[in-house]
Design a protein around this ligand. Structure first.
Ligand SMILES: NC(=O)c1ccc[n+]([C@@H]2O[C@H](COP(=O)([O-])OP(=O)(O)OC[C@H]3O[C@@H](n4cnc5c(N)ncnc54)[C@H](O)[C@@H]3O)[C@@H](O)[C@H]2O)c1
Length: 424
């Protein structure tokens, strides 16, 4: 799991993340010529539910957990987004994440708005059965506002296909109907989709390839640094390695590894644990700060938020930065990187492969007709290439950076749908 910061710093970061998202949405709407009312509608979720979930623990005691479900905007279609299990989950964070989901859905042109959920808990200290009771309790608590045509959850930090299976089963019992389309990221035998697990990294890989073309960089032999070696970072390192790039640096929460000749990615994948930790096995490590400043062609932050800030943006040596993580670059740092001519591919575009394949899963569930891995990959490729070029061209034509261009594309369909519905 990615975000392991604690205390005031983590809270500040979450507040900053919501505020910067709102600032860019306002800029995007201004550029598109929308009125202030549109911003008033978009700056917060239209629906936010807080629930209290009693769970019988294995020792017989009852613990009450707090959970959230945010639905940002459902003008385009049902809302969609993951559920996070983490001790640092806050209402502010869930709100910001639901807005990002709306933007991602707009950017890759899915018939969805954004949603997000979270439960304040420490899943690493809970048993399998306690996690099952918590997952089922959450679904019972939010059942009135979710459903295959209302709001479709998915996995996020510390939730997985087993948790999706319990949630789908609980919803199916409440609904008295088998409802695979209620949730995505399910196991294959319960209507999951091929290619879902590696979809985010696949989408990031496609964005890197397209960005490299724009900058005249050949992937064969390109020097790549990846911060974070979890779901997103490790699959990405493998895909880039297979594409002939040289992965000269990787890191996890405990430090980084650097080899200018290229690291042995298959070996590292073999040795990493389920939390994306591998550097503890080595003595000769560098810090995450040093890792970000390594001389390379392509830098991919794939760990946590606020990693490239006004303190290190002028030391970044990469020509291309592709954000696999959510919110790794601050607003000030985005400005500095842009002024320095570094091509920054923003999170809301680069990491949209996950929700795209979630959408494919939902479509397959609705049709009751399932696709092969090749079909999923072919469709994902088309969506990501089209979306990358749309944002790149918007940035060029409007003379703005790719982040602002992505927000402009991301909010437009939502604003138009809200207008046609007569909301604004
Ligand atoms: N997995 C997805 O499908 C997906 C989709 C969209 C966005 N993202 C974003 O990508 C990022 C990574 O997600 P993930 O699913 O790979 O998470 P993960 O938990 O599987 O892996 C996170 C990695 O980051 C490392 N890390 C944690 N704290 C760190 C720190 N302070 N410095 C450096 N490394 C640190 C961890 O050790 C681990 O290697 C997150 O921002 C997430 O929101 C993931």
């Amino acid at each position: 799991m990615a975000a392991d910061q604690t205390g005031d710093k983590a809270l500040d970061n979450k507040m900053n993340v919501l505020q910067s998202t709102q600032t860019i949405i306002q800029d995007a709407l201004d550029k598109l010529g929308y009125s202030d009312e549109v911003y008033e509608l978009m700056k917060e979720p239209i629906r936010m539910m807080t629930v209290r979930i009693p769970v019988r623990m294995d020792d017989g005691s009852i613990k009450i957990f707090t959970g959230f479900r945010a639905q940002h905007n459902d003008a385009v279609g049902p809302t969609k987004g993951g559920v996070r299990f983490h001790p640092n989950v806050t209402e502010t964070e869930v709100k910001a994440l639901s807005i990002w989901m709306s933007l991602k859905c707009g950017i890759v042109d899915l018939p969805y708005g954004g949603g997000k959920g979270g439960i304040i808990c420490e899943p690493r200290d809970m048993s399998f059965r306690e996690l099952e009771r918590l997952s089922r309790g959450y679904v019972r608590a939010i059942s009135q506002i979710v459903g295959p045509t209302k709001d479709i959850p998915a996995p996020d930090v510390f939730t997985n296909s087993q948790i999706m299976a319990w949630m789908m089963d609980e919803y199916s019992r409440i609904d008295e109907f088998n409802s695979p389309g209620f949730i995505t990221g399910k196991p294959l035998v319960l209507g999951g989709s091929h290619g879902r697990e590696s979809a985010t990294a696949k989408g990031v890989t496609i964005c890197i390839r397209e960005a490299a073309k724009k900058r005249g960089i050949k992937l064969e032999g390109a020097r790549v640094v990846v911060q974070g070696f979890g779901n997103a970072g490790s699959f990405l390192a493998k895909f880039m390695h297979d594409a002939g790039a040289k992965i000269i640096g990787i890191s996890d929460a405990y430090g980084g590894l650097h080899d200018p000749e290229g690291l042995d990615i298959d070996y590292l994948l073999d040795r990493r644990d389920s939390f994306g930790t591998v550097t503890k096995l080595f003595d000769d490590t560098i810090s995450n700060k040093e890792l970000l400043e390594l001389d390379c062609d392509i830098l991919v932050p794939a760990a946590i938020e606020n990693q490239i800030t006004d303190e290190n943006a002028d030391k970044i040596k990469a020509s291309i930065v592709v954000e696999a993580a959510n919110g790794p670059t601050t607003l000030e740092a985005t400005k500095i990187l842009t002024e320095r001519g570094i091509l920054l591919v923003p999170d809301v575009l680069a990491s949209a492969g996950g929700v795209t394949v979630s959408y494919f899963e939902w479509v397959q569930n609705n049709q009751g007709f399932y696709w092969t891995e090749e079909e999923v990959e072919e469709r994902l490729e088309k969506v990501m290439v089209r979306s990358f070029n749309n944002i790149y061209d918007t940035a060029t034509n409007r003379n703005v950076n790719m982040r602002l261009a992505a927000y402009m594309v991301g909010v437009r369909k939502m604003a138009e749908a809200s207008r046609f519905r007569g909301w604004i």
